[in-house]
Design a protein. Structure first.
Length: 84
């Protein structure tokens, strides 16, 4: 491969359908990671963000982003009522 990537991130469905293509990427020394933002669930978003942070060597910023996202989603699920 001309670009010489060391990481391929795929959506879960793409990983599942790529089949032998995943093995070819791995055989070329490319780490293949399936992240699942398509599931559109808080748990999947948090897990995907943490996984992506881990594989790029930045778990701290990824955890901070995941915590912020979880906090914002909790606020959305339980909005505060205005006082008055």
């Amino acid at each position: 491969m001309a670009a010489a990537p060391d990481l391929a991130t795929l959506a879960g469905w793409h990983f599942d359908t790529l089949g032998e293509g995943v093995a070819q990427l791995e055989a070329a020394g490319i780490l293949v990671v399936a992240i699942d933002y398509d599931a559109q669930t808080v748990d999947a978003h948090l897990a995907s963000t943490r996984l992506l942070g881990a594989v790029v060597g930045e778990p701290g910023p990824a955890e901070a982003r995941a915590a912020l996202y979880a906090e914002e989603m909790a606020d959305t699920a339980h909005p505060r009522r205005p006082r008055g």
